[in-house]
Design a protein around this ligand. Structure first.
Ligand SMILES: *[C@@H]1O[C@H](CO)[C@@H](O)[C@H](O)[C@H]1NC(C)=O
Ligand SMILES: *[C@@H]1O[C@H](CO)[C@@H](O)[C@H](O)[C@H]1NC(C)=O
Ligand SMILES: *[C@@H]1O[C@H](CO)[C@@H](O)[C@H](O)[C@H]1NC(C)=O
Ligand SMILES: *[C@@H]1O[C@H](CO)[C@@H](O)[C@H](O)[C@H]1NC(C)=O
Length: 943
């Protein structure tokens, strides 16, 4: 197949013969987020302003007397304040490209499977070569097409890709990287101001911290550009800026910007000065619960505050326009205002407005305000209800806003309660531009492509899914003319992948930013050939329709169950003690038990429900632990939860040191529980909620039960004793002093007999002690405590990001680790020494621990992630197939957790996890749960 290099070099590459236009062409205007069906309307409401148009209307007002842009010699010198004033209304969108940071030679990427971003049906090019030079993509073609470049280049690096997938660099349209820097310390918390709800004058650039530990991590996930937004504490949190996470020679925040709206420039007189460039500006708005929580702004207050701010902007713009009518006769400088100038610039159409907004009511409030003040909205962010109201979003003034959303992160607060995994597909089908975003560090932007992969798994086609983290995000940011695509003339931001980027565990082999490889000695290994195939989108049309029809509250309970089922097409049985008779393929389930497995099983026709698994598998139900699933429904709504556990250590609250049993606060039928159940997670294990030292006794429960007295609802009512050893509250050493005392039978704590007895059982090895901590130092201390005062102690660490540093000691003392979450991120100081995993390190944390003989489980921290347990398992497997077999990987979220959480201790029967039938390979995104037998149930629920 012939590969045509597109003849649209939009930017000048050093050495390019063709001259690239430096000013946006009409073609680029389209690329900035137009919406065809609105075109007509926009032309009549000519105040929808694209930069060029704006220049004619507004800039022209100010400049017509001087014949700009082709000035004839000025008849008389203008006063400097007039010259300055005129520059203020220069909204021409020039592509400001400063000197390319690339200092070495070119890169020749050979034999890629290239996804270009074009979305024209020919966006995948096989056997493609890409030539990067001077920080831009110089050419795309076959090897033969590179001959002249080869001849002309003295210095180039040749990279043989052997068909590896290549995509444009990943673009994150919503990041707080470097303002919410990692590890989090008081000294680097620069996401929000806490001074007022409306502060358009603040700038994220002013807080951008170059020491964020996340830079290299995000790069290792393919991030090449991000829009760094202020936080959402207030309604207008401030202005946002676009950055590339690469190191620059100048090593400053400003030098990392992509297309800065302001630069320090040498003037004609040789002095440095702060100059406006004409590039897009960006601003953050927020509505709903955050301004309520932080500033007491109800929705009505917020709307009024927005209107006040926009009224200030409109007034200023009017004064400016009046000034511009006759600049020569002005005696006062051009009207401006430190506080409100950006608001006037928004109304001029020069600012990309990004609005954190969840619910229908909030979306419509902002749509109204955009029409009242006539400004376009670049994107609604979070927007968990957008999928219910696509037509409402199209009513915004100007081009239709994009929608920047999470794949799974939902239900953590009321306004996120109706989030659905089918939203990306629903929104894209409705013609909206969908962008998946990280909100880093809310999600680690290193795994932003995982969000796109989930969107794909739940219905969005592959090109739309990849676009959601490349082209769409670039265009929402107003950078569609230089990033988001693999096109000649575009920035040489490129990711080379170890598999099709939307497969589970897909990992960059290398990330190029401005043509510079960013990962030094990447650790890669070859993924199986099946992982190279374009995976089909999940078919969830029915479920998506239910989400819409129910306005976000679909009935999540199973609709059908059966006590006699025959599964056909079973390829793998991962159940202990069940072996197939004869050839595998068939499994018969009767009254909730496997009655027979194998081709030779005989079934009487008509008496069984037949379910075809198409090469699928049957495996134990999975366990989720680490979050407060089973104790809370909406994390930020206290009334939906059990509340915070009573703390025997907190002075006045100390009555007689009671031991809290989580089971007594058990809550069932939550959305996260039922969604986890649908995803094959049958069992939850949760300890009492606390941020203090004492948690209490954990319990295990069935995720499908409707109340605590339902059959099988409670597995183990007192599974293990949980403590929390992070550095909140009393010092770690104080907590350890108490722990030593309690384990050695001391009564230094005025506490109930039950509590003292629990520690005695723990010391004797009868009750497992589960301690949450990430710190290697705390873990080392715990190992000393075990050795010194309680050698029989059965100990489990939960969290454990730094536990790899003590892998040998942990193995020696038979202390297990529940890695939670399963992929580490250095959010806090005690989490900073992570084992990052490929491509930064060869091992992942689970594979490192397991290969040193430590018993490992996988956990989560947020309730909504319970439903992703299988993906976490499959990801861990895909990253270390040499360490884990598939059954080993399943054990990470089943039997290992049973052991590490004490589920089988002190009870008569072994914990029943039930079992799950998956259609397709359960280690892939494409497989789906078809039937679940819940713990203690005598029939199977069918999905
Ligand atoms: C490109 O890579 C594929 C996959 O490894 C291989 O089959 C093909 O032969 C390679 N083509 C060339 C020209 O090297
Ligand atoms: C992918 O999905 C988008 C949005 O629904 C649609 O416009 C496009 O036609 C789809 N592409 C293909 C190849 O089906
Ligand atoms: C990040 O990677 C760069 C190489 O691109 C390296 O020089 C630097 O030391 C790394 N920084 C951190 C904090 O690991
Ligand atoms: C990486 O780990 C694998 C096991 O997962 C091992 O076979 C390989 O030798 C390791 N490579 C390096 C460079 O350590």
């Amino acid at each position: 197949m012939a590969i045509q290099a597109r003849a649209v070099p939009r930017r000048a590459a050093p050495g390019d013969v063709e001259k690239a236009p430096l000013v946006d062409t009409p073609d680029n205007i389209e690329a900035e987020g137009d919406d065809d069906n609105k075109h007509a309307r926009r032309l009549t409401t000519h105040f929808y302003v694209h930069p060029i148009l704006l220049f004619l209307i507004v800039g022209g007002l100010c400049l017509r007397n001087f014949g700009f842009p082709f000035p004839s010699p000025a008849p008389e010198p203008l006063p400097p304040f007039v010259e300055d004033g005129m520059k203020q209304t220069l909204p021409l969108r020039v592509s400001v490209r400063t000197v390319s940071p690339r200092e070495t030679g070119a890169v020749w990427l050979k034999n890629a499977t290239l996804w270009t971003g074009e979305n024209d049906g020919e966006e995948v090019l096989y056997g493609a070569d890409v030539w990067l030079d001077g920080g831009v993509i110089r050419r795309i073609g076959k090897a033969d097409d590179m001959v002249d470049l080869l001849a002309a280049s003295k210095d180039y690096e040749e990279v043989e890709l052997n068909g590896a997938w290549v995509t444009p660099g990943i673009v994150d349209v919503h990041s707080h990287l470097a303002v919410d820097a990692s590890p989090e310390l008081k000294g680097n918390s620069d996401t929000n101001s806490w001074k007022a709800s409306i502060q358009p004058w603040l700038r994220s650039l002013d807080g951008f911290n170059t020491h964020d530990q996340a830079f290299n991590l995000s790069i290792s996930g393919g991030i090449t550009t991000m829009l760094v937004l202020p936080g959402s504490a207030g309604n207008i949190g401030g202005q946002a800026f676009t950055f590339k996470p690469r190191w620059t020679k100048e090593n400053s925040p400003q030098s990392m910007q992509v297309e800065p709206p302001f630069v320090i420039e040498e003037s004609d007189s040789g002095e440095n000065q702060w100059t406006r460039t004409g590039a897009w500006r960006h601003i953050k708005h927020a509505c709903g619960e955050n301004p309520l929580r932080v500033y007491g702004n109800t929705r009505m207050d917020s709307a009024y505050d927005f209107r006040r701010a926009y009224t200030e902007g409109a007034k200023l713009k009017e004064r400016q326009d009046r000034w511009c009518l006759s600049p020569k006769t002005q005696t006062e400088p051009f009207p401006s205002s430190l506080e409100w100038e950006v608001m006037s610039d928004i109304i001029r159409g020069n600012v990309k407005v990004n609005i954190h907004c969840y619910e229908t009511v909030d979306l419509q409030d902002l749509v109204r305000i955009s029409n009242e003040f006539q400004f376009p909205i670049a994107a609604f962010h979070h927007a968990h209800e957008a999928y219910m109201v696509p037509d409402l979003i199209k009513q915004a003034w100007g081009p239709t806003p994009g929608v920047a959303i999470f794949a799974n992160n939902a239900r953590y607060k009321r306004e996120a309660y109706r989030g659905t995994p089918y939203a990306p597909k629903i929104l894209a089908d409705a013609g909206l531009r969908v962008s998946m975003k990280s909100d880093h560090p809310v999600l680690d932007s290193r795994f932003l492509v995982y969000e796109a992969a989930q969107a794909h798994a739940f219905g969005l086609n592959f090109s739309e899914s990849l676009s959601s983290v490349t082209t769409h995000s670039a265009r929402i940011m107003g950078l569609g003319h230089r990033i988001g695509y693999v096109r000649p003339g575009y920035d040489a931001d490129i990711v080379v992948w170890d598999s099709f980027p939307l497969t589970l565990g897909a990992t960059p082999k290398q990330t190029y930013i401005d043509g510079i490889p960013q990962i030094i000695s990447p650790h890669n290994f070859n993924k199986p050939s099946a992982a190279q195939d374009i995976s089909p989108a999940g078919d969830y049309d029915k479920e998506a329709q239910e989400a819409i029809d129910s306005r976000g509250d679909p009935n999540l309970r199973p609709k059908k169950s059966s006590s006699a089922i025959v599964f056909e097409g079973v390829q793998n049985l991962y159940l202990d003690g069940v072996t197939a008779q004869g050839e595998p393929g068939r499994v018969v389930v009767q009254n909730g038990e496997i009655a027979c497995a194998g081709k030779d099983c005989v079934v009487a026709e008509g008496e069984y429900e037949v379910v075809q698994l198409n090469g699928g598998s049957i495996a134990p139900g999975l366990i989720t632990t680490g979050s407060k699933l089973g104790l809370i429904e909406i994390a930020q709504e206290k009334v939906t939860s059990d509340g915070i556990a009573y703390d025997p250590l907190s002075g006045t609250e100390l009555l007689d040191g009671l031991l809290v049993h989580a089971v007594d606060g058990a809550r069932f039928e939550g959305k996260d529980e039922l969604m986890a159940y649908q995803a094959g997670v049958t069992t939850g294990v949760t300890s009492p909620m606390t941020s203090k030292f004492f948690s209490g006794l954990s319990y295990s429960f069935s995720t499908s039960a409707s109340h605590a007295l339902a059959p099988g609802a409670i597995g183990n009512a007192a599974a293990a004793l949980h403590l929390n050893l992070d550095n909140s509250g009393a010092s770690v050493s104080s907590k350890i002093a108490l722990l030593r005392s309690l384990l050695s039978g001391g009564d230094s704590l005025k506490a109930s007999d039950e509590l003292h007895d629990a520690f005695k059982s723990a010391a004797a090895g009868d009750l497992r002690l589960v301690i949450s901590t990430h710190s290697a130092d705390a873990i080392a201390t715990l190992i000393r405590v075990k050795r010194e005062v309680a050698p029989k102690l059965k100990l489990t660490i939960v969290g454990g990001f730094e536990s790899w540093m003590l892998a040998e000691e942990l193995a020696q003392e038979k202390i297990g680790v529940i890695v939670a979450p399963s992929r580490s991120f250095p959010a806090s100081w005690d989490q900073r020494r992570i084992l990052a995993g490929p491509p930064i390190t060869n091992h992942t944390l689970p594979s490192y621990l397991a290969s040193h003989g430590v018993t490992v489980g996988l956990g989560i921290t947020e309730e909504c992630d319970a439903r992703l347990t299988r993906y976490d398992m499959a990801w861990t497997y895909a990253s270390s197939p040499n360490v884990f077999s598939k059954p080993d990987a399943i054990a990470l979220v089943t039997t290992n957790l049973q052991e590490l959480l004490g589920l089988n201790d002190g009870v008569q029967a072994k914990a029943d996890l039930g079992f799950v039938a998956y259609e397709g390979d359960m280690f892939s995104f494409e497989s789906r749960v078809r039937a679940v037998r819940a713990p203690g149930a005598d029939s199977m629920d069918l999905f």
